[in-house]
Design a protein around this ligand. Structure first.
Ligand SMILES: C[S@@+](CC[C@H](N)C(=O)[O-])C[C@H]1O[C@@H](n2cnc3c(N)ncnc32)[C@H](O)[C@@H]1O
Length: 251
């Protein structure tokens, strides 16, 4: 099964409203736009989704290619009148090809790398990043830093998550988590509850969790050196408990 097939209708439709509330306050949109500006571009974003980061980056003047494996998610930036310097491509970050050795920056924002559940998929993606990077280019991506008290729980009961208004109708997202501790994979089940029948539904995502030193070894194995780790999108040196924000250069 292609993982991204699960980014189906409810998720794609509610994504912008939900993550404007949940994620935008972290400052990742401005962080990635600044990385793009510093790189001089062009930028290749793997897992661009609805264009939450891709479109503001392109509007700041840097040419961008956005790749996503989900047609439902990619429909969103297409409907947002993307500027002329944006190209949208349906494909998988493991094997898509959009012009070798061209990009000053490859990004994988908002934990999209965590949808790669196996080491083979992770290494294939890092190889593909290297194929697309220009000689002085950089890879920038982020992961959540596992909170150990929660990661030890094989199951967390359903709880009420974020509530948003979509097309004037209230939607509440309920969340339930199961963890496979051996595979380091969590399954998050989302149930969307609303008075509007068309906004009700269920979907689930699988995410691999990573530890900071595991990421360092993985990157070294894929030929990346000179790696910087941050704990947020404001340049704070990494320590446990928040994000794992990574800036890496091919050796
Ligand atoms: C959490 S969203 C992040 C979207 C966007 N980068 C953002 O910051 O809002 C993860 C995205 O990765 C995409 N995705 C998952 N697996 C993928 C793969 N193997 N190749 C390309 N895209 C993938 C999903 O379809 C989804 O749009």
């Amino acid at each position: 099964m292609v993982y991204a097939a699960r980014y189906e209708r409810f998720f794609a439709r509610s994504y912008d409203a939900l993550y404007a509330a949940i994620r935008d306050p972290a400052g990742d949109v401005a962080f990635y736009a600044e990385q793009a500006r510093q790189s001089g571009g062009p930028v290749l974003e793997f897992g661009c989704g609805t264009g939450r980061i891709l479109l503001p980056t392109a509007r700041s003047g840097v040419s961008c290619v956005g790749v996503d494996a989900s047609t439902e998610m990619l429909a969103a930036p297409r409907e947002k009148m993307p500027p002329a310097n944006v190209q949208l491509v349906h494909g998988r970050m493991q094997d898509v090809s959009v012009g070798a050795a061209q990009f000053g920056l490859v990004t994988i924002p908002f934990r999209a790398f965590q949808h790669l559940l196996t080491v083979d998929e992770q290494l294939a993606t890092l190889d593909n990043v290297r194929r697309h990077l220009a000689p002085q280019g950089r890879l920038v991506f982020d992961l959540f830093d596992p909170k150990l008290d929660r990661m030890s729980l094989a199951e967390e009961p359903e709880r009420e998550g974020v509530a948003v208004v979509l097309d004037g109708k209230r939607v509440v997202r309920w969340e339930r988590v199961q963890r496979d501790l051996s595979r380091q994979v969590m399954t998050v089940r989302f149930r969307f509850e609303s008075d509007a029948e068309e906004l009700r539904g269920e979907t689930e995502l699988e995410m691999r969790w990573f530890y900071r030193y595991e990421v360092e070894h993985l990157l070294a194995r894929a030929g990346f050196g000179n790696v910087e780790f941050y704990r947020d999108f404001h340049g704070t040196t990494w320590s446990a408990g928040e994000e794992i924000v990574v800036v890496a250069r091919p050796e």
